[in-house]
Design a protein around this ligand. Sequence first.
Ligand SMILES: Cc1cc2nc3c(=O)[nH]c(=O)nc-3n(C[C@H](O)[C@H](O)[C@H](O)COP(=O)(O)O)c2cc1C
Length: 321
Amino acid sequence: MEMPAMSIGRLTSRLPIIQGGMAVRISLSPLAGAVARAGGIGVIAGSGLTTSELAEEIRAARKIAGDGIVGVNIMVAVRAFRELVHTALDEGIDLVIAGAGFSRDLFEWCRQAGAAVVPIVGSERVAQLSQRFGADAVIVESVEAGGHLGTQETLDELLPRIVEAVDVPVIGAGGIANGRDIKRVLDMGAVGVQMGSRFAATKESSAPEAFKQMYVRATDDDIVLVKSPVGLPGRALDNPLARSLAAGDYPPIDSCRACLKKCGNEYCIIDALLRAQSGDVETGLVFAGMSAAQIDDIPAVDELMDRLVAEWRVASEEAIA
Ligand SMILES: Cc1cc2nc3c(=O)[nH]c(=O)nc-3n(C[C@H](O)[C@H](O)[C@H](O)COP(=O)(O)O)c2cc1C
């Protein structure tokens, strides 16, 4: 039994698996390239990179990916959104995924460049709006997901309604940790899945070892919601920073890079994410989804993809037996 391929616009990936973009500097060329080479869609997180860094990451990912599909994820809320998207398009990126806001311009930029455009949505209204503007697919990201959250609904609540509401392909994201979860999401009408946390804890992820080990140790009780100056709640692992944010005790802002179009200014989100990325998992912000509680190893991407396919196959065969 073969896992179904996934078509998004003119692109077809052998496996229906997108590796979610993870800023800052967690999903870079080693991870995106490895996922694309293994038959999924590899995604570089552009938010927090300079345009020249993003261009270098795309070129490096392409070298690893062969003819695999490589995309970028850039948050609309980021001030450099336009420049980063244009850099990715100039580098011939295959698809652009964008969340944390809605950009009408993105559709026209991608159409002109021949790249697929895939907004992240958390409601029927934004899914339908995306379809009307020409989205090639939408990613439905639910409350179980890691990072910034645009909805309080679970994937099981939200996904079937969005599948019903639009004709474009729908991809499910949030809380997907294994091949059994992939089967459940495909059975709800999605053409594929986007997984973040599971890929953050792989050998090729650019997260430091201490970050990956926190995922391995995490239980349900360690996964919390934190306030973010982006204006959306974020899902992360409990640590001294998360506890001080919960108490309203924010770390001082050393120097503002004006990285967001609109910032709540409570603390610097980029610095907090960069601290975690450099290995300080006490005062850094360790974004993670609910699925982190199910992660107990740090496999190479190839091994993980084989495992996901095998788990999907077992679940599918059980269903018809
Ligand atoms: C460490 C981390 C960083 C993330 N950064 C981003 C980001 O920059 N932009 C974005 O749209 N989503 C981001 N996400 C969300 C993922 O792309 C993905 O949709 C989400 O992780 C799916 O949920 P899961 O973690 O349960 O698989 C991030 C998630 C994690 C865990």
